[in-house]
Design a protein around this ligand. Sequence first.
Ligand SMILES: Cc1ncc(COP(=O)(O)O)c(C=O)c1O
Length: 487
Amino acid sequence: MLDLTVNRDSKPPLYRQIAEQIRTQISNGRLPANSRLPTVRGLARSLGVTRLTVQNAYAELQADGWIEATVGRGTFVSTAVQQMSLEPTVGQYLTPDSAINDMLAINQVIGVRSMAMAHADPTLFPLDAFWSHMDQLRPEANQLLSYGPIQGDTPLRVEICKMLREDGIPSSPDDILITTGAMQSISLALTAVAQPGDGILVEQPTFLAVLNILKAQGLRPLHVEMLPDGPDLAQLEQRIIEQRPRCYYTVANYHNPTGYCLSPAKRQAILQLAQRYNFLIIEDDIYGKLGFDGPPPRSFKQQDPDDRVLYVSSFSKMLMPGLRVGYLLMPPAWRSQLLTLRRATDLCGTSLIQRALAHFLQDGGLKKHLRRVIPIYRERRDALLNSLSRWMPTAVRWSEPQGGFSCWVTLPRRLPPGLLYQQALENGFAFTPGEAYMLDDDGRDYLRLCFGNLSAEGIEAGVKLLSALIQQQLTSSTPAGDWLPYV
Ligand SMILES: Cc1ncc(COP(=O)(O)O)c(C=O)c1O
């Protein structure tokens, strides 16, 4: 069943060549879970290599979770490995929907080096500290596992207000709505302020799940090109005059997917446009606390005298996404409608988790956690930028994020749809193709690389592989003259 070859003239050592081919066959489904691999002696003999070479290959696959060896029974493809169906994305562009499905599936596959998801590293989660707060809540569990307040746990809202005050955003616990992640805040905010058919300004590229929300709510996305210091203001004003948008959704700090940060001047200019043309701003600040070189510029909400900014954030990136705790700072004009919508959606969140989080925050747990993880994420960002400089073909460009988890890579022209994505997956590496974040096509290819979730070594190995695949595709299928200049 195993179809392997080794090439003694090629650079990777023989054991690596064997391990790579087995990994590819597992990830593309040719070797399903539980299939038995040949014995070390049998495979060594059939390939004409030493037993030590095969042992090393198996040891590497075992360490990465691809295979399991049981004494006396043999070596098998691990049951924890889920095969991915690659077919849907090959030969066609990814939609925001299929990109999210793929990312979640890839996340479950052991052994894939994934830079596909803007995700905090689960191995860095402060589990012990969080759990001890959960344990201490045992005597109150009856109450905390009943239905809770619609607006969210009061002690948690108090703690969120303290955090916001430290960020220069005064608020009262009554202004806070706790939601199921930032996603629910964004969705409720859009439902409250916009009617189907209304135009909503979004940066291009933008957070792809927002494109899904707009579609589901029958809203019209109006895209404005995102430059390294924020949206193209001339284009923004033109869209506003022509389309009269209801609101502008922005990820101003460490933007997903580009990693860019809006400059203070552009924030001011957008606020002035919002006042002049009377539209609202949904400010998604989910990465705001993940700055590597100090805090980001003043938020929109900090400079919002007439309460036109709906400020959204969550603990998903700064702490743990599985808490599913987000929050929305409700301007007085929208408060009652937002609470009605929340009541009609899922009534309330999980008080037990919210209260444990409140105690964790009271105890200084978040600050301590951020002091620990930010240097690690900074180091991973540096590893990514260094690897890109070292390995990428010269025509490729990328952003230099000052925080968050996303780096945006620009290729000089369009490659065959889906091919790079599929080839990378077959080699055990995942990224997200840029088209999932774009509303229209400008003839180039983009990809997002997330650096939060892999070690510096994993990042370098992934970038090296990706660079080789890009190089191969750019040189093999380049119609001369089809290269676009960078802007
Ligand atoms: C910009 C942005 N907003 C919101 C979310 C979703 O946040 P949550 O998990 O809190 O719903 C993400 C997740 O990737 C994101 O990147």
